[in-house]
Design a protein. Structure first.
Length: 424
């Protein structure tokens, strides 16, 4: 027999109890994720920004949402759903047709391949458009993992294009949400890595370290040594950008080198030795840096990796000129850069211009005097070679940097934006 309704007043304690019960799961989720993806409390003096990398911007109001999404990777939770409209792909039974599904897979594969190729060639707008089409095709077919991958790649392209903070964070947040829903640990790892790279680019080294630590924990728990090596390397680069904590980065680089050596990945080991050398040079250990650069150069040449070989030669030339007082060795490095460009039929990476030769015919574009000339003491004038391979007298380049304090540093010739850091 149905009981009569109780008066309204006695229900109040019950309603309050329900409200408390509704609040409880959020608290439990936070406890479940504690120690894995929850950001540690700030400590005074912990965050250090390097003027060479800080851009004066920080993660905006969406950071809390991004961190909350990241925390769900460990807790196994996922808030909200991802709508997957599939107009034009649904058959009479309500399922995606087999023919349409195969067509969607072909489109996704094509757009991803074209986008990745454009990204590696620094054609970031084309890459962004391709990843956007990849995302739309995956969403229309209801292919969750592919959609999450597209969002992650889309976020990487937006980051390279210096898109607004909200757009970059939203792309990564969507990728991470889908990764949680699909239980895709590899996508979670790659997205956290992208988020860390974006935070480091904006100058928030503490947030970057937080994301890299999350990715390292994830790699150690459920992924392979390859992902663990990547996470160790990223942590090394992040700490290397902070003068106060640079001494902590060397162990991370050496651990990453050990892991990649075990996997026989010559290219990755070459890059790691180059990054370790950059950190050593920034820490004043110039002879150690020279040795690590030489190892990186040997490995890059063995692997046929021209891009890494180019970067190492640029850094070695600057090290010899500015720190080790070996102008002849610096000149040899610049001559090797010219040889690389000639062998490739142009500039590596598709950038026109650069060092035309290493003779006195080359001019410093700042002072318009010959690049390879001697100073009053009879030795060759120090030269600084930029990542775009344009070279200037060191004192001329220093003047350009000093006059552009507070602004983006760009090459005077090609106007390429230069992001200098200890481990670029």
């Amino acid at each position: 027999q149905q009981q009569p309704q109780q008066p309204q007043q006695p229900q109040q304690p019950h309603l309050e109890q329900q409200a408390q019960q509704r609040k409880q799961p959020a608290k439990e989720e936070g406890l479940l994720a504690k120690g894995f993806l929850n950001k540690p409390k700030k400590t005074a003096g912990r965050r250090v920004k390097d003027d060479a990398t800080a851009s004066g911007t920080s993660i905006g109001s969406d950071t809390a949402a991004v961190r909350a999404s990241a925390a769900q990777a460990a807790a196994g939770g996922c808030s909200g759903g991802v709508k997957r409209p599939s107009e034009g792909l649904i058959d009479s039974d309500g399922d995606v047709g087999e023919v349409a599904l195969r067509a969607a897979h072909r489109t996704i594969s094509k757009e991803q391949s074209e986008g990745v190729a454009a990204f590696h060639e620094c054609r970031f707008r084309e890459a962004r458009d391709a990843f956007e089409r990849m995302r739309d095709a995956a969403r229309g077919a209801g292919l969750g993992k592919e959609e999450g991958q597209a969002y992650r790649l889309f976020g990487n392209a937006l980051d390279k294009l210096n898109a607004p903070e909200a757009e970059v964070e939203e792309a990564y947040k969507m990728a991470l949400t889908i990764a949680h829903k699909q239980d895709d640990m590899e996508l979670s790892f790659n997205t956290l890595t992208g988020m860390g790279s974006h935070a480091a680019k904006t100058g928030d080294l503490e947030l970057a370290e937080h994301f890299y630590l999350q990715s390292l924990t994830l790699a150690r728990r459920v992924l392979s040594q390859q992902e663990e090596a990547v996470a160790e390397s990223n942590l090394g680069m992040c700490l290397g950008c902070s003068e106060a904590r640079r001494s902590e980065c060397f162990d991370h680089f050496r651990k990453a080198i050990s892991l990649q050596n075990g996997a026989g990945n010559t290219h990755s080991v070459a890059v790691l030795h180059a990054n370790l050398a950059s950190a050593l040079a920034a820490d004043g250990k110039h002879r150690d840096a020279e040795g690590s650069y030489e190892k990186a150069l040997k490995l890059a040449r063995a692997a046929g990796d021209r891009r890494t070989e180019t970067n190492v030669l640029i850094n070695l030339a600057n090290l010899y000129d500015s720190e080790l007082a070996c102008p002849e060795k610096a000149r040899e490095c610049r001559q090797a850069l010219v040889g690389l460009r000639s062998d490739a039929g142009g500039r590596p990476g598709g950038i026109e211009g650069g060092i035309s030769d290493c003779t006195e015919a080359s001019l410093c574009a700042v002072c318009l005097e010959p690049l390879e000339t001697t100073n009053s003491s009879g030795s060759l004038r120090p030269v600084t070679t930029l990542p775009c391979q344009h070279a200037y007298h060191t004192n001329c380049w220093n003047g350009v940097v000093e006059n552009g304090v507070g602004q983006e540093v760009r090459c005077p010739e090609c106007c390429q934006n230069l992001y200098f850091s200890a481990t670029s």
